[in-house]
Structure formats: structure tokens, C-alpha cells
Design a protein around this ligand. Structure first.
Ligand code: THU
Length: 131
């Protein structure tokens, strides 16, 4: 599927402008396309209790559900000066849950799938209780 990576990157940079990162000084913005064509985004929000910091992806996933749910199909994350960054390990798990193996990520080394950046992931299929 053709996706507007430039538009998604611009949205991530716009989201980054709303970040609250007084402790690390490292602002992050994330943006994604949803399978119904919607766009969602998020920024990191830090806390005086440092470990409580919310990554940009947390806000993005919250907006995904708040705005109607669905599956993430394409994802971009930018940090600092607006360059592409990789999602942290915890956020790869969040992305796996909400996009699965086929979710595409724009990275500095090109377009990668979740399967590539989180191989052999633990996910909903590993739980044997009904969902
Ligand atoms: N951060 C994110 O928002 N997403 C990531 O995937 C990597 C890290 C944030 C957390 C913290 O506020 C700052 O970047 C520095 O680690």
C-alpha cells in the first residue's frame, strides 16, 4: 500500500512540538496511520518521578483507542532535532499489540516491519484465555 511517509513524518514532528521533556531534554513525536485511514499521534510526557515518563507511543496508542480503535498500519517516530528514531523496547511491544507483525515503520535504515524489529514477539496469541 502507498502511504504518505512525508506527511506522517511531518505529523510526528508537529506532535513532538507538544512534548513535555524538561528532565531528559529529549522531545519525541510519533505518528501513525490506522487501517481506516485515520492518523493518530503522540508526544512524550515526562515526570519529576523520572520512571513515570510516558513515551510518545503511549500517547499515540491512547489516541488510537480514544478515536475509535482499529489497527496501526504505518508508523513514524522522531526525536531531538526531528530525525527518525527507533521506538524503545517497551514501545515495540505496544506497537505489536496494536499493529501486529505487518505494521510498517519508517526508520533511518528504511521501511521495516514489526516482525523485523521485534522478532519472536510475545503477543495476544500467546495467551490461552479468550479475548
Ligand atoms: N522516548 C519516547 O518517547 N519514545 C521512545 O521510543 C524512546 C524514548 C522518550 C522517553 C523520554 O521522555 C525521552 O524519550 C528520553 O528517553
Amino acid at each position: 500500500m502507498d502511504v504518505d511517509w512525508d506527511g506522517l513524518t511531518a505529523l510526528a514532528r508537529e506532535a513532538m512540538g507538544h512534548a513535555y521533556a524538561p528532565y531528559s531534554g529529549f522531545t519525541v513525536g510519533a505518528a501513525a496511520r490506522v487501517d481506516d485511514g485515520r492518523l493518530v499521534s503522540g508526544c512524550n510526557v515526562e515526570n519529576a518521578a523520572y520512571g513515570v515518563a510516558l513515551c510518545a507511543e503511549c500517547g499515540l496508542v491512547s489516541e488510537l483507542h480514544r478515536s475509535g480503535g482499529g489497527r496501526l498500519t504505518h508508523f513514524v517516530c522522531v526525536g531531538g532535532d526531528g530525525r527518525l528514531i527507533m521506538p524503545c523496547g517497551r514501545c515495540r511491544q505496544l506497537l505489536w499489540e496494536n499493529g501486529g507483525a505487518a505494521l510498517e515503520l519508517l526508520t533511518a535504515s528504511g521501511v521495516r516491519t514489526m516482525e523485523e524489529v521485534l522478532p519472536d514477539a510475545f503477543g495476544p496469541d500467546d495467551l490461552d484465555r479468550p479475548r
